[in-house]
Design a protein around this ligand. Sequence first.
Ligand code: COA
Length: 261
Amino acid sequence: MSNDPIYMTKTGEIAEIVLNRPDKLNALNAEVWQGIIDLFGQAGADDEVKVVILRSSAPRAFAAGADISEFPIVHATAESAGAYHDKIRTAYDAICNLNKPTIAMIRGVCFGGGCAIALNCDLRYADTTSRFCIPPARLGIAYSLMETKRLSDLIGPSRAKEMLMGAKVIEAQEALAIGLATRLFDPDELEAGTQEFAQNLCNLSQFTIRAVKTMVSEISGGATDETDTSRRLRSEGFQGADYIEGRDAFLEKRKASFTYR
Ligand code: COA
């Protein structure tokens, strides 16, 4: 077990990036934000890795948000505040723009920046102890436009307003009902359920999986019709090795073995 506040492990084609400040409920300090940037970068560059799970070493928290004890230092000057917020934005982008599927595996507290990093993942697999909250209204600060959009796109503008204006805590069942959690598990089944789906992703075509990620991202960015990128992907798909393998495997009644990286 590492003492680092964030670390990565790899089992086969699945990487796990682990938030590891259990005494502070994984409050996200500067070192952790930098770790997110570095480790998601490493996972992206590693051809062996097909799926990334973002998780916690703490049993009762995914993450309790940005480390508030650092606020007086990081917000001491306009320059230091700007650099701090740039770093956080870079960390969100490192998760969101990774060209591989990401699953946040969530137990317990998922607050503030913890909720934001979970929202930057493709999927949120949570257990029934999970509680979600984004509480800038308790601190008198404005939440960023990008993260407000991400929340609003996911759960709708009214629920996003309710959650943000009211610093409202959303319990696990409600989180599932409104789409904040993608799937809900009993606590002792979360790990196996997450691993099972991650492994399923590893066995499918990475070309298709990455194309899905790109298409949904284009839609979130405002696309309402085919774009140059979507046309290129559609055309490349039918010329790719994964398509030939998938088609032949179906016709030959065998399991496909995809190779795209
Ligand atoms: N920043 C810094 N430290 C934090 C933290 C944060 N966001 N969230 C929790 N911690 C620390 C606590 O200070 C405490 O440390 P200590 O034992 O040295 O005093 C430890 O983590 C455990 O937290 P505690 O508050 O005792 O746990 P709890 O179960 O009573 O409450 C929360 C859990 C999440 C409700 C509560 O910690 C909380 O409201 N945290 C702040 C959440 C927040 O506002 N996040 C957004 C930041 S922008």
